[in-house]
Design a protein around this ligand. Structure first.
Ligand SMILES: [Fe+2]
Ligand SMILES: [Fe+2]
Length: 226
């Protein structure tokens, strides 16, 4: 990690043009920091910050922690998807939108990590795997062209909103902190889908959507436990 950072520092200092190798190293550094580094700093205040901690019983805490681990793993995937797409998306305006959405996902990653810490629980041990798979999918979507790449964002965000709805139903009603985080995430994910539609997203074929749902099921089921 240190070597990669030093290399990037030299690249910036010498103001050289990025080669594919530079970009590869930059992407690798970003991946390592996302998966193994400390939680990122959120740009916006944590929506749960001012809310009181509920007096949850052991089962409620355990469930909330497992759900928060799924959401954290989902945000690791979101980082990887957007970072993968940012590498391959062609139009500059789409690339900017991808990076803006990725910044908001960064907030989600920070908030879910903080909530997991408050529960004294751990993030998914398989995060490196989720990251690698999602990065590859994001990069492939970007290569297919911007309208498909955006279509992929729309479908992903719609699935995330559905998951969040399910989690909000399962969480204890007294757990205002967890609920505030998921509420804000839900709003943001819906906005990401709308922006992608307005930017010219194509509707994905049903078999692709089914495959995405299946992959999401594997990730969410696994991340609940490990
Ligand atoms: Fe998110
Ligand atoms: Fe999103």
């Amino acid at each position: 990690m240190l070597l990669v950072s030093c290399y990037l520092y030299l690249v910036f200092m010498t103001d050289r043009t990025y080669t594919p190798f530079d970009q590869l190293l930059g992407g690798l550094d970003q991946a390592l920091r996302t998966v193994f580094g400390p939680p990122p700093e959120a740009q916006r205040p944590n929506p749960a910050a001012a809310l009181p901690e509920a007096d949850l019983d052991a089962a409620q805490r355990e469930l909330a922690a497992c759900l928060m681990r799924i959401n954290h793993a989902g945000e690791i995937c979101a980082q990887a998807l957007y970072q993968g797409q940012a590498v391959t998306a062609q139009l500059p305006n789409v690339r900017d939108k991808m990076e803006q959405a990725a910044a908001e996902e960064n907030d989600h990653l920070a908030w879910t990590a903080e909530r997991l810490r408050e529960f004294g629980s751990h993030t998914s041990y398989l995060n490196p795997l989720w990251y690698a798979g999602s990065f590859a999918i994001g990069a492939a979507a970007g290569l297919m062209g911007d309208k498909w790449s955006l279509g992929f964002v729309v479908e992903t965000e719609r699935q995330v909103v559905k998951h969040l709805d399910g989690h909000l139903e399962q969480l204890a009603s007294a757990d205002e902190k967890s609920r505030a985080i998921l509420d804000q995430m839900r709003e943001d994910e819906g906005k990401h889908a709308t922006v992608a539609i307005e930017s010219g997203a194509a509707a994905l074929p049903e078999p692709v959507r089914q495959t995405m749902r299946l992959m999401s099921k594997v990730m969410t089921t696994t991340a609940y436990w490990i």
